[in-house]
Design a binder for this molecule. Structure first.
Ligand SMILES: Cc1cc2nc3c(=O)[nH]c(=O)nc-3n(C[C@H](O)[C@H](O)[C@H](O)COP(=O)(O)OP(=O)(O)OC[C@H]3O[C@@H](n4cnc5c(N)ncnc54)[C@H](O)[C@@H]3O)c2cc1C
Length: 367
């Protein structure tokens, strides 16, 4: 296994408790990349930006990914109990708000598409918004409620999965980088920064690098990285119950159980020398949108803004499976919303590696 993010940790856990011998190498620390740097949203609804930019044809192609996210949220519901750790999962729903008629028309189209795809989305009037979420700005004229989504704490989840994997017998090797891979009669010889590991199967959960990792073993897959950023405020009194989006500009807004407000939505960060660094312009833009949607947010002091790379594919579709013509080489990459998808991705990858057909339909995601 390569990659100690949520996908790798979940896969290692399922494999180890199924009796497989698992070694997971992580070049940094467990959860140090996207899986620890994300904003903790559990997304189910079609994301407003690709829906606006790419339209119904994209939404139709994305249908199996919507099902995957929905099923993964089902796994999140019981995950804390299974792992014996409170992951601060809360599924009180997501609200997408609009403040122009044009935005509202688009929200209507999105709700119709989502309902047809099995999501429990419904339209909200301005009066519904006032009742359901009185903390939203009064300039919002309507929107969408999607009951399926919510949040979890990313600082807890990957660590808990990794602990469970180790307890089930997986050997976790942080600060160990995979450098090269050679095919051998019985599988692979993986050259790492702390020696060679021989394995029958190799699974890439390398996040932004997932495609590069499979490239080391013969075939790279087009998974890329985009530098984005998110911010967090000091803890304030309970205010925001839902996961909030805005139809007019990128925004995700939610309040963690500790009281801090997480402000994100995929605003671009700078990329310098292979590192993601915070863009002041994006920060101001993101905060302006947050205050436009939830005016009370202006009273919370900002504590921190951070940047990281999110794994990306051109189609937004995940890449999951054994590489064609490369027996024993697997990849698991769920772009943009890989935190939400991680628990199910781990289960599915473990099934594939064990030669079982997953119950989840992944036909559209073959590498
Ligand atoms: C700012 C930000 C906010 C986000 N918000 C959300 C959100 O609210 N909800 C959501 O669902 N998703 C969100 N995401 C996306 C989500 O974080 C990712 O899609 C997800 O974490 C990917 O998980 P992963 O396990 O596949 O990869 P990662 O977490 O990136 O883990 C991959 C690991 O592989 C390791 N690795 C790579 N190459 C090698 C090698 N050669 N040898 C050894 N190890 C290697 C890396 O060091 C890394 O730790 C956000 C992302 C960012 C950056």
């Amino acid at each position: 296994m390569v990659g100690g993010g949520i996908a790798g940790a979940a896969t290692a856990w399922h494999l180890a408790r199924d009796g497989a011998e698992v070694v997971l190498v992580e070049r940094d620390e467990i959860g140090a990349a996207g899986s620890g740097a994300n904003a903790g949203s559990l997304h189910a609804q079609l994301q407003p930006q690709p829906f606006r930019e790419r339209g119904l044809a994209w939404a139709e192609a994305y249908r199996p990914a919507t099902r995957f996210l929905l099923e993964s949220i089902g796994v999140w519901r019981g995950l804390g109990d299974e792992l014996g750790t409170d992951l601060e999962v809360s599924l009180t729903g997501g609200i997408l708000v609009a403040d122009t008629e044009a935005q509202l028309r688009e929200v209507e189209r999105k709700v119709a598409t989502e309902r047809e795809q099995g999501l429990s989305s419904e339209l909200l009037s301005a009066a519904d918004l006032r009742t359901l979420a009185p903390y939203l700005s009064e300039r919002m004229i309507g929107g969408e409620y999607c009951a399926d989504e919510g949040k979890a704490n990313p600082l807890l989840a990957t660590a808990a999965l990794a602990r469970a994997a180790a307890a089930a017998g997986a050997r976790l090797r942080p600060r160990t980088e995979l450098l090269d891979v050679r095919r051998e009669a019985a599988g692979f010889a993986a050259l790492t920064s702390s020696g060679v590991i021989r394995c029958r199967r190799l699974v890439s959960c390398g996040g932004v690098q997932a495609g590069i990792v499979t490239g080391l073993a013969g075939r790279s897959v087009p998974v890329a990285g985009e530098a984005i950023q998110a911010s967090v405020t000091e803890a304030v009194e309970p205010l925001i119950r839902h996961l909030i989006y805005y139809a007019g500009a990128p925004l995700t807004l939610k309040q963690a159980r500790a009281g801090s407000i997480l402000i994100g939505g995929g605003w671009p960060a700078h990329e310098r020398d292979g590192r993601a660094t915070v863009s002041g312009e994006s920060l101001l833009g993101n905060l302006a949108v947050a205050v436009r949607v939830v005016p009370e947010v202006r009273h919370a002091r900002l504590i921190r803004t951070w940047a990281g790379f999110v794994n990306a594919t051109a189609s937004w579709l995940p890449v999951i499976g054994e590489l064609p013509g490369e027996p024993g080489l697997f990849i698991g990459a769920f772009p943009y919303m890989g935190f939400t998808a991680g628990p199910l991705l781990g289960r599915v990858l473990a099934d594939l590696v064990r030669g079982r057909t997953p119950e989840t339909d992944i036909a559209g995601f073959a590498p």
